[in-house]
Design a protein around this ligand. Structure first.
Ligand code: PLP
Length: 454
């Protein structure tokens, strides 16, 4: 039994005393029970794309509730789920053929892995040996066992190793700040990474590889690492050469976060399977999706005719209604243009305010998704002492009264567990003055934390 003053809820963090109780949210701000107002500069974890407390979404959910909240997805269809799937497929301008609607980002990644496997089993003739996934260092794909296995966020994985699926191997991420060699051109870097992937296919035997999975913009674990131009075209060519599927995990970087609806629109390639989540319903519903191209769909059509994946809460009507309204708002209010404009403003301000700081090694990102990597030495890029827990300190300091800003600490995946990054991902509705406020608050947090450590 919990102590009388303690909630029975098992929190992510054992020390619940550090968790802040939220009373309400409006736009960019969270009102805490203590009276403190926090500027939610991370949209939770890249979720609340249109901000908190949106009246239109509330009304759409209520209207759906008046009709139906839930039906079993194996027995019944709903118009709202079909509309959302149509919207998602249309948003790819014909590049994708079908959508699968599930719950969390982790579930979407699991479903993508199963679908990739099923595709090869249903091809004519089938290719049953293809069960292996190639993933990348420093990625985060979710917390369920399959998603953990393809991910590489070491501090979140270590407790559970060895993980159930052992058919995952890893190649280097494309990370110009850490990976580009002195004097190496971007083209040479791309060629080196493509050769590494090619060698991994050959080592495993291409006939055993089902898919290559990557985040087009690495979010949670590495803090907004974009690929260098040409990288994804090169890795797609390797996958195509060996007949493997290209799977993009856009759970955090998709649905407009980078300034285009899909992150792949800026990479010159289209994946075979794509997972989206967070921004899809902006936190007003629990929903994620897979977008699947015709290559995969037609194999299933000619095969068993269905995707062998049934979950109770698949196509949940309330979440679909929320997602559909959120997406209508993003489109009608032309928020992707705002993401691009405000993203540029944010980049300029971050570089102006923090670019010269002796511990700021790199400022990178795209759209409204910006990461900062902190180092002990700017010239050598030596990471900070992990004992200092700088990213966590920055996060905790941000939440203190007088700073009042949420900052996402990304630590534990880079450079053999060393590395301190933070990231920001404000809602798409930010205005210039909000961006200025975010950078100003972050600047004070960074300056004060490093002054304290000096
Ligand atoms: N994939 C990526 C790229 C993510 O950033 C996340 C969450 O941070 C996930 C998958 C897992 O999503 P969820 O936490 O909704 O299960």
């Amino acid at each position: 039994m919990p102590a009388p003053t303690e909630s029975a809820l098992l929190y992510k963090h054992a020390d619940v005393s550090t968790a802040l109780t939220v009373k309400s949210g409006h736009g960019l701000y969270l009102a805490l029970e203590s009276g403190q107002q926090i500027l939610d500069a991370t949209s939770g974890a890249g979720v609340t794309a249109i901000g908190h407390g949106n009246a239109r979404v509330k009304a759409a959910i209520a209207a759906q509730l008046d009709e139906i909240a839930y039906v079993h997805p194996g027995f019944y269809k709903t118009t709202v789920a079909e509309r959302l799937a149509d919207f998602l497929v249309e948003s790819t301008e014909g590049k994708m053929a079908r959508a699968v609607l599930v719950g969390s980002g982790s579930e979407a990644v699991e479903a993508a892995m199963k679908l990739a496997r099923q595709y090869f089993l249903e091809l004519s003739p089938p290719q049953p040996t293809r069960s292996h996934f190639i993933a990348r260092e420093g990625s985060w794909h979710g917390c369920t066992l399959g998603a953990l296995a393809v991910g590489d966020f070491k501090v979140r994985k270590q407790l559970f190793e060895p993980l159930l699926p052992t058919n995952v191997t890893r190649v280097s991420a494309c990370n110009a700040y850490r990976g580009l060699l002195a004097g190496e051109s971007t083209a040479a870097y791309v060629a080196r990474l493509a050769a590494e992937l090619e060698a991994e296919f050959r080592r495993l035997g291409p006939e055993t590889v089902c898919g290559f999975i990557a985040e087009p913009l690495v979010g949670t674990a590495l803090g907004c690492v974009t690929a260098v131009p040409g990288y994804f075209e090169a890795v797609k060519a390797v996958c195509d050469r060996h007949g493997a599927l290209l799977i993009f995990d856009e759970v955090i970087c998709g649905m407009g976060r980078t300034g285009t609806m899909h992150a792949w629109e800026q990479e010159g390639v289209v994946p075979d399977i794509q997972a989206v989540g967070k921004g899809l319903a902006s936190g007003y519903g629990v929903i994620s999706a897979l977008l699947v191209n015709d290559r995969v769909v037609s194999a299933l059509k000619k095969g068993s005719g269905y995707f062998a994946h049934g979950q109770t809460y698949q196509t949940h009507a309330l979440s679909c209604a929320a997602a559909l309204e959120v997406q209508r708002i993003i489109r009608e209010e032309k928020l992707l243009g705002n993401v691009r404009r405000m993203g540029k403003h944010m980049e300029a301000l971050l570089k102006e305010r923090l670019g010269g700081h002796p511990n700021v090694g790199d400022i990178r990102g795209r759209g409204l998704f910006w990461g900062i990597e902190f180092v002990a030495d700017k010239a050598t890029k030596e990471p900070l002492d992990p004992e200092l827990q700088v990213a966590k300190r920055l996060h905790s300091r941000g939440l203190k009264k007088g700073y009042d800003i949420s900052i996402f600490p990304a630590t534990g995946a880079a450079d053999g567990w060393r590395g301190d990054q933070i990231w920001l991902a404000p809602p798409y509705i930010v205005q210039k003055r909000d961006v200025e406020e975010i950078v100003s608050r972050l600047g004070r947090v960074v300056e004060d934390v490093f002054k304290e450590l000096a």
